[in-house]
Design a protein around this ligand. Structure first.
Ligand code: CA
Length: 423
């Protein structure tokens, strides 16, 4: 049991019951306040905690932390210190901010240097992403897409239950929550046409996903087993893998998605550590047929995390369009990382691995507009009376997520983006 996860802990910082950030969470992110340089932070309730200021004030003096480690533009250097140190920082933060500890609470000057209201800061990309991989690990999603695009009787391709299918995506266009997304242009083949046309996508879609971020390097040629995977996974964030379905349909054979996916993916700014999610582990589905030995795993390897997507048309209220759960994945993150490296592929600190669209078992729990509106045949009604088959210009799409047990809610905040018209 990790003491920082103790559900009885409370903080001397006020935390509302529905906050994503109680003292048991302590995620890591990068913020900027005004024209100051970016700093690493954690958050409790609505108070952002300046870790650089805490270090300068000597609050980590018993730890062997490099000076200025929290004064970088990304968390890569901090994460690369390794879990013994990054977990020690999380545990120390749990001590500093828990009820009964006066060392910072009663030091007004230090408190003013350390705490900032969350609405006074801008959250930045938490890591520099060297490589980005997107899996395709939800059976319901793969079945839905296979049914729509290929053959309802053979919706899953023969390899799907043997391989955690994935592809290498584009790292340069991963943006943090709050960044506007411009509608992409591309080639499409209209259903009855005999030649392709070009223009803004007519089928802009979100993909509700979770991403994990690696924090440890393996040598080229070495593999990471399912038993070792936890050592390499630093934490998790919400992920929206924006997609242009009409472009995708025309380009994806034979090598998979290309321009339909590389114009933008967006990520929530706070990385919730794997350690904070330990209490929310749960069993996954029985895998039949039996997987190859290198994909076998032991212990609860899925996570019970509630996920929601909201659409807000311009000038209207937002509305929830789907509710699902990370536990619905067929392949878990241990299997994904083991498969990714079984051939000796090396991974780096800050690399991102998205789960693939997370669709639940019922039509109101699907993870994309493609599935929710079933290829445009079942439009969704918005609060302003308009309908959505796909995402319109001016729409804001927000993904939120949280795990909850024993009255402790470990949340991820949100990844939210507004759509700008094509250039
Ligand atoms: Ca995806």
């Amino acid at each position: 049991m990790i003491e920082a996860n103790n559900s009885n802990l409370t903080s001397w910082i006020k935390v509302k019951a529905d906050s994503d950030f109680p003292i048991q969470n302590l995620p890591f992110g990068i913020y900027r306040e005004g024209s100051d340089s970016p700093k690493a932070a954690t958050i409790i309730g609505d108070q952002v905690v300046n870790l650089d200021a805490l270090q300068k004030l000597g609050f980590f003096s018993k730890m062997d932390l490099p000076s200025g480690i929290f004064a970088h533009t990304t968390l890569n250097g901090f994460i690369a210190l390794g879990k013994p140190l990054t977990n020690a920082v999380r545990n120390r933060l749990s001590e500093i901010f828990r009820d009964g500890n006066a060392e910072l609470r009663d030091n007004q000057e230090a408190k003013e240097a350390v705490l900032i209201d969350s609405d006074a800061v801008e959250m930045l990309m938490p890591v520099r992403v060297g490589d980005y991989t997107d899996f395709y690990s939800s059976e319901q999603h793969a079945t839905n897409v296979g049914t729509m695009f290929r053959d309802p009787d053979n919706a899953l391709l023969p390899n799907w239950k043997h391989i955690p299918v994935g592809y290498h995506g584009r790292a340069s266009s991963i943006v943090v929550s709050g960044t506007d997304v411009t509608r992409p242009k591309g080639q499409t083949m209209e259903p009855e046409a005999n030649k392709p046309s070009f223009g803004p996508t007519k089928r802009l879609d979100f993909e509700l996903e979770m991403a994990f971020i690696t924090g440890k390097v393996n040598e080229l040629g070495d593999s990471i087993s399912t038993d070792q995977a936890d050592e390499y996974i630093f934490g998790f964030a919400l992920f929206n893998d924006w997609s242009a379905r009409d472009v995708q349909k025309w380009e994806y054979v034979p090598l998979g998605p290309f321009l339909a996916k590389n114009f933008a993916s967006s990520v929530s700014p706070w990385i919730v550590t794997m350690e904070a999610l330990e209490p929310f582990r749960t069993a996954g589905p029985v895998q039949d047929p039996e997987v190859l030995p290198y994909l076998k795993y032991s212990g609860d390897s899925h996570f019970d995390i509630n996920l929601e997507v909201f659409i807000q048309p311009e000038g209207a209220d937002e509305t929830c369009v789907t509710r699902t759960n990370f536990k619905h994945m067929y392949w878990n993150v241990r299997q994904q990382l083991a498969h990714h490296t079984v051939n000796g592929c090396n991974i780096n600190v800050g690399d991102m691995y998205a789960s693939g669209t997370i669709s639940g078992p019922t039509p109101d729990s699907y993870g994309s507009m493609l599935e929710l509106a079933w290829k445009g045949t079942k439009p969704l009604l918005m609060p302003d009376g308009t309908e959505r088959k796909f995402i319109h210009d001016g729409d804001r799409v927000s993904i939120r997520g949280y795990a909850e047990r024993d009255s402790v809610r470990i949340g991820f905040g949100e990844v939210t983006n507004k759509i700008k018209p094509a250039k």
